[in-house]
Design a protein around this ligand. Structure first.
Ligand code: CO
Length: 143
């Protein structure tokens, strides 16, 4: 017997990649066909992000602004590479409540405002087989 899914996942929203050299990586991914939307600092998280689009989907390149950030520790330990995968969900608050009740280890128990004003929340890699997982709220009708 298998249990019903806890939440609805509409698709992959974006992939986050940590890089040591944001300028070089941005040029590399631009040449690969991604369209640069903006580069911005999120000092509260200690990161600079280059946000790209491809079709309806996104790519984030992240580099540390300070050596205390989680991204800096990731880079020091593992070098450039995939940092997190984000999935689109229709109702983030409900999703978090259900995941919490089912024992998933949430980094954010409430939605917070991320890049571009998106409502986002992170699930600990321990609960997702080693992958830092982000949920992004997307209105299904607005796609
Ligand atoms: Co992200």
């Amino acid at each position: 017997m298998s249990l019903a899914p806890l939440i609805t996942v509409l698709g992959i929203h974006h992939v986050g990649i940590v890089v040591a050299d944001l300028n070089a990586a941005s040029e590399r991914y631009r040449r690969l066909g991604f369209r640069l939307l903006e580069t911005l600092d999120m000092p509260e998280q200690g990161v600079r992000i280059a946000a790209f689009a491809a079709g309806r989907d996104y790519l984030e390149l992240l580099t540390p602004l300070d050596m205390e950030s989680g991204v800096a520790r990731f880079l020091a330990a593992r070098g450039d590479g995939v940092h997190h995968v984000a999935y689109a969900v229709p109702d983030l608050a409900t999703a978090l409540r259900r995941l919490d009740a089912a024992g998933y280890e949430l980094i954010d128990r409430e939605p917070r405002v991320g890049l571009h004003g998106w409502r986002v929340a992170f699930i600990h890699p321990r609960s997702c087989h080693g992958v830092l997982t982000e949920l992004v709220e997307v209105a299904p009708a607005s796609e």
